[in-house]
Design a binder for this molecule. Structure first.
Ligand code: HEC
Ligand SMILES: [Cu+2]
Length: 365
C-alpha cells in the first residue's frame, strides 16, 4: 500500500514537471530547430553523437539480454562453473577498438565543424559588428557603417556577419541558439564568430555566463530582414539626427525633460562616435521590446522610466539623478515615452518586426 502511494506521488511529480517544462520553449530560442549556419552545423554534430549513442545502447542491451538468458543457472547446474574468458586477447582488442572507431566517427565532423565555424577568411568582405556586452544589455556597432544600435541587431538574411565581441565589465556569453552557437564575451581579449541566418524573423539571444543580479534578463534580439530592408535601415540609421525635434506637443515637452534627465547617458542618433553609457535610442520607436525583456508598449516604457530597478535589479540606469531624488511624475514619464516612440530610423514597417509583435500579442492573449 505504502509503496503504491510513493509511486503515485513520483508519477504525479513527473507529470507536473512535464506540463510545466513543456511551456518553457520559445520559438526562435532553440538549438533543436536550426535556422542558421552555425546552428545547423551544431545540430548535425548533436545528431551524429545521438545516433552513435543509440547504436551503442541497442547493441549493449541486446548482448546483455542474450547473455542473461543464455547463461542463466539451470536446474541441476548449481555448482557448475562456466568457461572463463579472462585474458582473451581477441575480446580485449575488439572492445578497445570499437569505442575508438565510434569516437572517431564523432570526432571527425566535430573537429571539421569547429574549424569551419572559426573561419575568418571572409571577414574582410563581410559586415562586421563590434558587440559590447554590459551589465545587463548589449551594444552593437557596425564597423563599416559607423552606426551603432542597442539590444536589437539587424542583419540581412543569408549573409555572413562577423561579430567581434568584448565586454566592458565582467565576462558575459553571447548565445543565439536558433542561428549560431555560443561565444564568451571577455573584458580583454576579443572573440570573433560569424552568424548567418536562413530565414527572416526576430530571434532571441541570451547571456549565458552568470554576470550579476539581472543576468537572466540580459536578452537581446537579432532581427533578420531582407537585403533591401537592411539597406534601408542602415541608411535611416545614418540619417538619425541628434538635433531631432519632436512632432506632437506632448512629445516636445517630453523631449525637454529627456534633455535634462536622460541625454547624459542616452544618445538619440546612431552615430558610432556617441559614447556607450546607456543604450542608444536612435531607432527606439521600432523596437520589439523595452530593455530587451518587456513587450513593447507605451505602458512598458513608462513602467521602465518609473521603476527600472524593479524590472532589472542592479542595472546601470539606477544611478540616474531623477531616481535618486524621486523627481519623476508618471505623466512626465508618459510625455517622455511619447518622445521616445517618435524616434525611428525608417517609417517603413519592417516585416520581421511587425510579424514578431503580432505573434507576441497573440501569445499573450
Ligand atoms: C546613469 C545613466 C542613465 C540615465 C541618466 C538614464 N538612463 Fe536609461 N538606461 C541606462 C542604462 C545603463 C540602461 C540599460 C539597462 C539594462 O537594460 O541593463 C538604460 C535603459 C533605458 C531604456 C531601455 C532601452 C532599450 O534599449 O530597450 C530606456 C527606454 C531608457 N533607459 C530611458 C531613459 C530615460 C527616459 C531616462 C531619463 C528620464 C534615462 N533612461 C536616464 C542608463 C541611464
Ligand atoms: Cu551577462
Amino acid at each position: 500500500m505504502k509503496e503504491w502511494m510513493g509511486k503515485i506521488r513520483t508519477l504525479s511529480l513527473f507529470s507536473f514537471l512535464v506540463i510545466i517544462l513543456s511551456a518553457c520553449g520559445k520559438d526562435n530560442l532553440t538549438a533543436l530547430v536550426p535556422k542558421g549556419y552555425g546552428a545547423e552545423e551544431s545540430f548535425n554534430v548533436i545528431l551524429i553523437s545521438i545516433l552513435v549513442m543509440i547504436f551503442v545502447f541497442i547493441v549493449v542491451m541486446a548482448i546483455y539480454v542474450y547473455v542473461i538468458f543464455k547463461f542463466r543457472q539451470r536446474k541441476g547446474q548449481e555448482n557448475h562453473i562456466p568457461k572463463q574468458t579472462e585474458g582473451n586477447k581477441t575480446l580485449e582488442v575488439v572492445w578497445t577498438v570499437i569505442p575508438i572507431l565510434l569516437l572517431i566517427i564523432i570526432a571527425v565532423p566535430t573537429i571539421a565543424s569547429t574549424y569551419d565555424l572559426a573561419d575568418e577568411s571572409e571577414k574582410e568582405d563581410s559586415i562586421n559588428v563590434n558587440v559590447q556586452g554590459m551589465q545587463f544589455w548589449w551594444n552593437f556597432e557596425y564597423a563599416n557603417e559607423e552606426i551603432q544600435t542597442s539590444q536589437e541587431l539587424y542583419i540581412p538574411v543569408n549573409e555572413r556577419v562577423y561579430l567581434n565581441m568584448l565586454s566592458s565589465d565582467v565576462i558575459h556569453s553571447f548565445w543565439l541558439p536558433s542561428i549560431s552557437g555560443k561565444m564568451d564575451v571577455n573584458p580583454d581579449n576579443e572573440n570573433t564568430m560569424y552568424i548567418e541566418a536562413y530565414e527572416e524573423g526576430v530571434y532571441w539571444g541570451k547571456c549565458t555566463e552568470f554576470c550579476g543580479d539581472s543576468h537572466s534578463l540580459m536578452d537581446f534580439k537579432v532581427v533578420v530582414v531582407s537585403q533591401e530592408e537592411y539597406d534601408q535601415w542602415v541608411e535611416g540609421m545614418k540619417n538619425t539626427d541628434p538635433e531631432y525635434t519632436a512632432e506632437s506637443s506632448t512629445a516636445q515637452e517630453g523631449q525637454e525633460m529627456f534633455a535634462n534627465s536622460c541625454i547624459s547617458c542616452h544618445a538619440i542618433d546612431a552615430s558610432s562616435s556617441n559614447p556607450v553609457v546607456g543604450p542608444n535610442l536612435a531607432d527606439f520607436g521600432n523596437r520589439t521590446m523595452v530593455a530587451g525583456i518587456k513587450n513593447y508598449s507605451k505602458e512598458a516604457i513608462v513602467d521602465w522610466i518609473m521603476n527600472p530597478g524593479e524590472i532589472k535589479p542592479g542595472n546601470g540606469m539606477l544611478s540616474a539623478p531623477y531616481l535618486q531624488d524621486n523627481s519623476m511624475e508618471e505623466e512626465d514619464a508618459e510625455k517622455i515615452a511619447d518622445f521616445l516612440m517618435e524616434l525611428k530610423a525608417t517609417d517603413e514597417p519592417v516585416d520581421s518586426v511587425e510579424q514578431f509583435k503580432k505573434d507576441e500579442t497573440e501569445n499573450n492573449n
